[in-house]
Design a protein around this ligand. Structure first.
Ligand SMILES: Cc1cc2nc3c(=O)[nH]c(=O)nc-3n(C[C@H](O)[C@H](O)[C@H](O)COP(=O)(O)OP(=O)(O)OC[C@H]3O[C@@H](n4cnc5c(N)ncnc54)[C@H](O)[C@@H]3O)c2cc1C
Length: 405
């Protein structure tokens, strides 16, 4: 038990969704935490725009954030999307409309989806110098007394009792601790983009596609998802009311669009695909959907090239607990999954809430670290495996060439 030791200091590598949510939970519980993030600012890298929030993700965010930030998250979230998901063929003939079960389905403060950058800024609010930007982690070493030292590319170091690997899919901590554990390439290549709602609607977007998550599966192996992000309130207005220091920025309502194609149907090498500019990626989507229903073709002419980018989908399969010690993982670092299931970020914040509980119990002397981390990882492996399998099933359903391991 920790009763005779000095207070615990937790080092978190990665200030993405999971790392920041953990920092909020620990900060709120009075546990010393420092987050080291390689990005220079909250804007970050290309990771998509709109995030669906699952019931489990919503519970976790509510558990880790102070009430005023939860209110801010609700106020800036997507207008409720009660219609759920609808799948069409390329002629815009409805194929499928699954209902989602949601215990908070009718709650007026339900969080259905959020803008990623707005979420990240909310997760940063109130953390002050807990978060150090521009710090790229390089490697760690364990000390003789069971602590851990993180080394950064700028030559600096930081020492703590626990090192949390929240550094995402390409985790350097995982590469050092478990070099064999590399997420599998699913072969799917994806183009993410943002389409301003006003241009799409003014340009004749059909009513049926406007206010719900629509998925179009072409018989030619290409498919597209369209997800509306309609802010309940302007982020700066909501922040002025609820947390004036949160550095939120306003954004017009938009659709996030996702275009998936299997690499074998791409007609070009990965090298050529990933070298395409935003303009070229938009042109590729327009060209590949040129025989689709005119209402569908038209929408992509409004995509914003400057925020269009390509990614390769990957998955950690199987998800495994890491070895016992002061290094513990969270989020994509331990369970990467394709975005098809919309649960990667939700699983990361679920980890953050569970790990907060574990660390609080250790700090209070109620649990041994080994026991608390083992329990956290056992539960995490179980629900993350479900998330990975569900996401793979959806990826396989829509792109038949996605193979089992
Ligand atoms: C295009 C796209 C759309 C998605 N849509 C959804 C969705 O709708 N719903 C959903 O639940 N999930 C979605 N996901 C998945 C989701 O984004 C991830 O699962 C989630 O971001 C994982 O959180 P994380 O904190 O583990 O990792 P990340 O959010 O990736 O954060 C990792 C952080 O670590 C930092 N970092 C990395 N290396 C270093 C280093 N060496 N030193 C310091 N810092 C480092 C990175 O800069 C980053 O900020 C989507 C993913 C993509 C790519």
């Amino acid at each position: 038990m920790r009763t005779t030791r000095s207070p615990m200091h937790v080092l978190v590598i990665g200030g993405g969704i999971g790392g920041l949510c953990l920092a909020q939970g620990l900060h709120r519980a009075g546990i010393a935490v420092t987050v080291y993030e390689r990005d220079e600012s909250a804007e970050g890298r290309r990771q998509g725009y709109r995030l669906r929030i699952s019931p489990e993700g919503e519970y976790a965010l509510r558990e880790c954030l102070p009430p005023a930030l939860v209110e801010l998250l609700v106020a800036t979230s997507n207008e409720r999307d009660d219609a759920g998901l609808v799948a069409y063929d390329e002629h815009l003939v409805q194929q499928w409309a699954p209902a989602f079960e949601d215990p908070r389905g009718n709650a007026p403060d339900k969080i259905d989806a959020v803008d990623r950058v707005t979420l990240r800024r909310i997760l940063l609010a109130g953390l002050g110098d807990v978060v150090r930007f521009g710090k790229t982690f390089e490697r760690y070493e364990r000390t003789a007394d069971g602590r851990v030292v993180a080394h950064f590319e700028d030559g600096s170091t930081a020492e703590g009792d626990v090192l949390v690997a929240a550094d995402g899919t390409n985790s350097r901590i995982r590469a050092q601790a478990r070099p064999w554990d590399v997420p599998r390439d699913l072969g799917v290549r994806t183009v993410f983009s943002r389409i301003p709602r006003a241009s799409a609607v003014d340009g004749g977007m059909p009513e049926v596609l406007r206010d719900r998550f629509s998925y179009v599966i072409g018989s030619d192996g290409h498919h597209i998802g369209l997800m509306p992000m309609t802010f309940r309130n302007r982020p700066t207005e909501a922040a002025a009311r609820l947390w004036p220091d949160a550095e939120l920025v306003d954004l017009d309502d938009y659709y996030m669009s996702v275009f998936n194609v299997h690499g074998e149907d791409l007609g070009m090498t990965d090298e050529a695909f990933f070298a395409l500019s935003g303009e070229e990626l938009c042109a590729l989507v327009v060209e590949r959907t040129s025989s689709w229903h005119p209402d569908l073709r038209g929408i992509f002419r409004h995509a914003e090239p400057a925020v269009t980018f390509a990614v390769a989908l990957r998955a950690t399969d199987p998800v495994e607990a890491w070895e016992d010690g002061p290094v513990v993982p969270l989020g994509d670092a331990v369970h990467t999954m394709p975005p098809s299931g919309g649960v990667g970020a939700n699983t990361a914040v679920r980890d953050a809430a569970a790990l907060t509980r574990a660390l609080v119990a250790v700090e209070r002397g109620e649990r041994e670290r080994t026991e608390a981390f083992a329990e956290y990882q056992k539960a995490m492996v179980e629900y993350a495996t479900e998330g990975v399998q569900m996401s793979l099933k959806i990826a396989q359903w829509s792109i038949k060439k996605v193979q089992d391991a």
